[in-house]
Design a protein around this ligand. Structure first.
Ligand SMILES: NC(=O)c1ccc[n+]([C@@H]2O[C@H](COP(=O)([O-])OP(=O)(O)OC[C@H]3O[C@@H](n4cnc5c(N)ncnc54)[C@H](OP(=O)(O)O)[C@@H]3O)[C@@H](O)[C@H]2O)c1
Length: 318
């Protein structure tokens, strides 16, 4: 099965599977069960973060698989993220070394700056009440990210939750440009301007919450893309599920997606999106579901304190 998953080729030549496994909010045994099953099914791209507090559990599972010889390290694509409280040059190496220790790996495939907003070290791990550090300097931070590639601790480096202006400033100053930008992106929030902008700069885009995070407490309306009548009609036409159509839509736009599921059949279906094709009519119908900025769900009411930060990203249109 793993061989069926196509890759995005990043600007540094590294290959990133177009579908990966999201792991946020999953911990302990539930996480280990999900990850073991995902690896059996054929997932090879795993998305985590220091902030998810699950790297050690992921590391335990990966070690078992790697020690058994069932997978080789080079077959995996492991992504983790520098927490906001590490958003300063002198903290990057410390946090990446901690992640590598927890993951029991000598390198990650992609290391992302989780947020453009820095917070003060030692404050709460909860983004909602974390004290922001108003002195975040993206350029010196990025130089420290580049040093992680030089040291062999990260194969590729990138960004998450940065807006176009912030991405461009880093690309202009970079010796190693960001390979990937991970942002909220789903059929109701298609981020077309940002995707085009990144494409022009040769920065690959990865969709987080690619199904619209059904059930999330952050969407007030309770309208989920997985229940949208247009999506369901396209799914019916192809004899696929709504989730598969939503993920296929990303894949056909050249966007990497990292859905999360603890449900075995949904975990499986989310990877099976390489055996059918959406036609032009389907793509147009799905494009028309875009609510643009109104479709954004995350970081609206999640972290009021970060809105006053000079690098708060979501005041710009994209
Ligand atoms: N960089 C960032 O700031 C950031 C922010 C948010 C998320 N992320 C990453 O993105 C990953 C995914 O985001 P997410 O979990 O918020 O959203 P998501 O993957 O869009 O949605 C996950 C939810 O959808 C359900 N689901 C999964 N597959 C489904 C299907 N085929 N049909 C219907 N429902 C399905 C899951 O429930 P079941 O488990 O019951 O199937 C779960 O409740 C995270 O795990 C994390 O790795 C990154």
């Amino acid at each position: 099965m793993a061989g069926n998953v196509l890759n995005a080729t990043l600007n540094d030549g590294n290959k990133m599977p177009l579908i990966g496994l999201g792991t946020s909010r999953e911990l302990g045994d539930a996480l280990k069960t999900m990850l073991n099953l995902a690896l059996e099914i054929g997932y090879r791209h795993i998305d985590t973060a220091h902030a998810y507090q699950n790297e050690a559990a992921i590391g335990e599972v990966l070690k078992t698989w790697l020690d058994s010889g069932k997978i080789k390290r080079e077959e995996l694509f492991v992504v983790t993220k520098l927490p906001g409280m590490g958003n300063r040059a002198e903290s990057v190496e410390k946090y990446l070394k901690q992640s590598l220790q927890d993951l029991q790996l000598s390198y990650v495939d992609l290391y992302l700056v989780h947020s453009p907003v820095g917070s003060i070290e030692g404050t709460s791990n909860n983004p909602m009440d974390r004290a922001v550090d108003m002195n975040t300097d993206h350029i010196s931070l990025w130089k420290a990210m580049e040093a992680q590639v030089d040291a062999g601790r990260a194969r590729s480096i990138g960004l998450s939750n940065f807006n176009a202006r912030q991405v461009k400033r880093i690309v202009r100053a970079a010796r190693i440009p960001p390979a990937s930008l991970q942002v909220e992106l789903n059929v109701y929030f298609q981020q077309r301007e940002l995707v085009a902008f990144c494409r022009a700069l040769d920065v690959s885009v990865c969709a987080y919450s690619p199904l619209g995070s059904p059930g999330s407490r952050f969407r007030a309306t309770g309208n989920w893309p997985t229940q949208d009548p247009v999506v369901l009609a396209v799914a019916n036409k192809h004899n696929k599920t709504a989730g598969q159509v939503l993920l296929r839509h990303h894949v056909q736009r050249g966007i990497v997606a990292i859905p999360k599921s603890t449900n075995p059949s949904r975990l499986k279906e989310n990877l099976q999106v390489f055996d059918f094709q959406l036609d032009d009519e389907d793509m147009e119908k799905l494009a028309a579901l875009d609510k643009r900025a109104k479709g954004r769900m995350f970081f609206q009411n999640q972290s009021k304190s970060s809105e006053g930060h000079p690098e708060y990203p979501f005041k710009d249109l994209y």
